[in-house]
Design a protein around this ligand. Structure first.
Ligand code: HEM
Length: 399
């Protein structure tokens, strides 16, 4: 078995579009991710993605950004404003957990701080499944920890959420309630399509757990990297401080440029389903592993210029790559939550009142409005337990 690495932008882009390459990055995380969307291939993948995509319609994003998210953000920020400080990573978890629980279909009936802490703990443990292949520690111990979290999630959150939705769907079928009375989430869509797309309890439960994870972790770490880049940029370019704080379109550019430099996973992994000729000119067989180096591709100087590895929110990225390059993937597994996290691409003629900025930009704005700045007495700490180099904590002062 050989590992073939693809690092140039165009070749990486074209590799991800080859349908004879199946997902290969999460084989080690099978305990949670075995039959979840990102691990499916061919028809099975297409059918499930089609059903789940129904949740992510454009009007959903607008409604969410305008109506739901600002309230969640304000409520989550308030206690920290009173304290005058927060950890950006922890804050990200608290905001994003509510968001992803809502669109995944995980009820939190008690709404108590204890319930929030319990789901947060489960979510943090699920995160270890996605990075198990990249983990440096004792993998058997990590696997046991993940299994315990899956069991706890199943009994405490998933079963009652599924039961409530089954009840609502039965009433909907009888005409007792309307479409608007059904929650808009992945679990409802999957249960509604059960006859055509039957899934076992185990698979459904893990799919919902995976969505919780896929939506939260990526956004939280992208947002923390971006806050660090923005703080550094404002320090080195004080003349841009006002622009960053007041112009939401510019702040969105700041987020996108950071996403280019810090893809949530530095690599994508694929395995050929049959002999494949790769855009690099190499031949790969089903025994080989194809590693698409997203981080390197997004810093390809032939595409992004000689300063490709530097952070510059004023960069004019080529039209063909967009501002965040391959950070949301490409091809069949490209990110289903792209619009939710990154918003729509800014157009010069866009009406700021109508434009959708994405949750990452909105969280960053809330933090900047609260006058967040790095805490000089407690510098951020990088998580060295995986090769992802995410921030483990990033303390800031407020007010
Ligand atoms: C900044 C935030 C995000 C980043 C950087 C990101 C990145 C990615 C990437 C790179 C992939 C492709 C993986 C591959 O090719 O192997 C992906 C897939 C996926 N993302 Fe995201 N993502 C983000 C936010 C979200 C959100 C908010 C959701 C929740 C709705 C989400 C759900 C998914 C799902 C379900 C897939 C699998 C799609 C499939 O296999 O068909 N992501 N994401």
């Amino acid at each position: 078995m050989a590992t073939i690495t693809v690092s140039k932008y165009k070749q990486a882009n074209d590799t991800l579009r080859i349908n004879d390459l199946r997902q290969g990055l999460y084989d080690e995380g099978a305990i949670l991710m075995d039959k979840v969307l990102v691990n499916l291939h061919g028809d099975e993948h297409r059918t499930r993605r089609l059903v789940e995509s129904k949740v992510f319609r454009r009007d959903f994003f607008r409604w969410y950004e305008a109506e739901v998210f600002p309230k969640t953000l304000k409520e989550t920020l308030a206690p920290f404003q009173a304290k005058g400080k927060l950890d950006v990573v922890d804050f990200g978890f608290r905001v994003m957990m509510n968001l992803t629980a809502d669109f995944s279909g995980v009820d939190r009936p008690k709404r108590t701080p204890e319930e929030t802490e319990q789901l947060l703990r489960i979510l943090r443990t699920f995160g270890k499944a996605a990075t198990l292949g990249q983990a440096k520690g004792d993998k058997a111990a990590i696997r046991a920890e993940i299994q315990a979290a899956i069991d706890e999630f199943d009994v405490t959150f998933y079963r009652s959420s599924a039961e409530r939705r089954r009840g609502l769907l039965a009433r909907f079928k009888k005409g007792e309630i309307g479409e608007d009375d059904l929650p808009r989430d992945i679990l409802v869509e999957l249960l509604r399509n059960e006859a055509e797309l039957p899934l076992s309890h185990e698979v459904l439960m893990k799919e919902i757990g995976f969505f919780l994870l896929a939506g939260a972790f990526t956004s939280i770490h992208s947002m923390t990297h971006a806050m660090h880049e923005v703080f550094t940029w404002m320090k080195e370019h004080p003349e841009d401080s006002d622009l960053v704080r007041k112009d939401l379109s510019f702040l969105q550019r700041c987020m996108h440029e950071s996403m280019r430099l810090h893809p949530s996973s530095p690599t994508a992994g694929r395995r050929p389903t049959c002999p494949v000729h790769l855009p690099t000119g190499q031949d790969a067989t089903p025994d080989d592993f194809v590693s698409v180096d997203l981080m390197a591709a997004n810093r390809d100087t032939d595409v992004f210029g000689p300063d490709a590895a530097q952070y510059n929110p004023r960069r004019q990225a080529p039209k063909s790559t967009g501002p965040y390059g391959l950070s949301f993937g490409m091809g069949m597994h490209s990110c289903i939550g792209l619009n939710l996290a990154a918003g729509a691409l800014p157009r010069p003629d866009a009406d700021p009142k109508e434009h959708q900025f994405g949750t990452v930009t909105l969280i960053a704005r809330a933090l900047l409005d609260a006058k967040a700045r790095p805490d000089p007495s407690e510098p951020g700490v990088v998580d060295t337990s995986t090769i992802r180099n995410n921030w483990a904590k990033y303390p800031v002062l407020l007010g």
